[in-house]
Write a protein that binds this ligand. Structure first.
Ligand SMILES: [Zn+2]
Length: 111
């Protein structure tokens, strides 16, 4: 067996059997205790461009949106009475900081 076949075998096992999941975008990790709580509001900076996003198969998905030189997260929440369907981080960041927060969000360290 070649090394690449071994890698493929592991990947195939890790793929779930969720037929609705395109399996392309990351799934954010379960929020950890002690995570940073992001402040979500219902207003955005304006029209922006999505530069990264999490998998749409999840009940809650997130996008990293660039608007001019600033970045903000957009959250889509379906069927949740405690969270509006679309909300935005109250804070916006410059590129480097925004990607650091995006990694924390994916790792469950911020939500
Ligand atoms: Zn998915």
């Amino acid at each position: 067996m070649t090394a690449s076949a071994a890698v493929f075998g592991v990947a195939a096992t890790e793929e779930g059997d969720d037929a609705d999941c395109p399996g392309v975008s990351p799934h954010p990790a379960v929020p950890r205790p002690g995570r940073t709580k992001l402040w979500w509001i219902e207003e955005s900076l304006g029209r922006g461009r999505v530069v990264a996003h999490t998998c749409a198969c999840q009940m809650t998905s997130y996008e990293l949106v660039r608007c001019g030189g600033l970045y903000q997260f957009r959250r889509h929440a379906f069927a949740r009475h405690d969270v509006p369907p679309v909300s935005w981080t109250a804070r916006c960041w410059r590129r480097e900081e925004a990607y650091a927060w995006w990694r924390r969000l994916l790792a469950g360290q911020a939500r």
